[in-house]
Design a protein around this ligand. Structure first.
Ligand code: 5GP
Length: 210
């Protein structure tokens, strides 16, 4: 994975910081194959009042993926335009593709007092952490590294190369979990979703929150 590019760092000083109250920003990360999408699906089933930030990505849609549902799919030029136009709260290159969070949607949700969930990688989460006080950072863990490798291998959507890259990235992501506020083990989808909801409802501020 590459480090965060220059764009947001250069421009962020000129922009006001996002403030979470009254809405809360919930950041969920975890390695590829850990089951973030399935757990989020269950989370939104049991807590339909939560909102979701649909990311932009240059990754091609997988079979069955509809534009504007899981992601807004854009080409490189489209992503560059978003980046240049400062439309992204954060962005990162993951598995050889660009991913980014649209800032306007997040800001509007928070201003309306809505809790909004971001599913982003550790680079994006690390970028947001010092800039959004009160955001809740949750890392989803596999029951074991072996189980994660098994799940990744079973994923029919990935080519052999991509699988290798995702396994390498998964190991890097796992190594980066230390600073997250909460770690949730996805041993059971419904249990993990309930635990995440409890964390959100508890809304415990971080120790380092100003
Ligand atoms: P996938 O292509 O499997 O849906 O997602 C690959 C990775 O990209 C996941 O780790 C996911 O969390 C991350 N990701 C998805 N959207 C964003 C985003 O907007 N920003 C960042 N930084 N990572 C994202």
């Amino acid at each position: 994975m590459s480090p965060l590019p220059e764009g947001p760092q250069e421009t962020s000083a000129k922009r006001p910081r996002l403030s979470t109250p009254p809405g809360r920003l919930i950041v969920l990360s975890g390695p590829s194959g850990v089951g973030k999408d399935t757990v989020l699906q269950e989370l939104f089933r049991i807590a339909p009042w939560l909102h979701y930030s649909i990311s932009y990505t240059t990754r091609p849609p997988r079979p069955g993926e509809v534009d504007g549902v899981a992601y807004s799919f854009v080409d490189d030029a489209g992503f560059e335009a978003l980046r240049e136009g400062h439309a992204l709260l954060e962005y990162a290159e993951v598995h050889g593709h660009w991913y980014g969070t649209g800032e306007a949607r997040v800001r509007e949700s928070l201003d309306r007092g809505e809790d909004i969930v971001l599913k982003i990688d550790v680079q994006g989460a690390a970028w947001i952490r010092p800039r959004v006080p009160g955001a809740i950072f949750i890392f989803l863990l596999p029951p074991s590294p072996e189980e994660l490798h098994r799940r990744l291998t079973e994923r029919a959507t990935e080519s052999a190369d991509s699988l290798e890259l995702r396994w390498e990235n998964a190991r890097t992501e796992l190594a980066d979990q230390g600073w997250y506020d909460y770690r949730v083990v996805n041993d059971d989808v419904r249990r993990a979703a309930r635990e995440i909801l409890e964390i959100i409802e508890r809304g415990r501020p971080r120790a380092d929150q100003p």
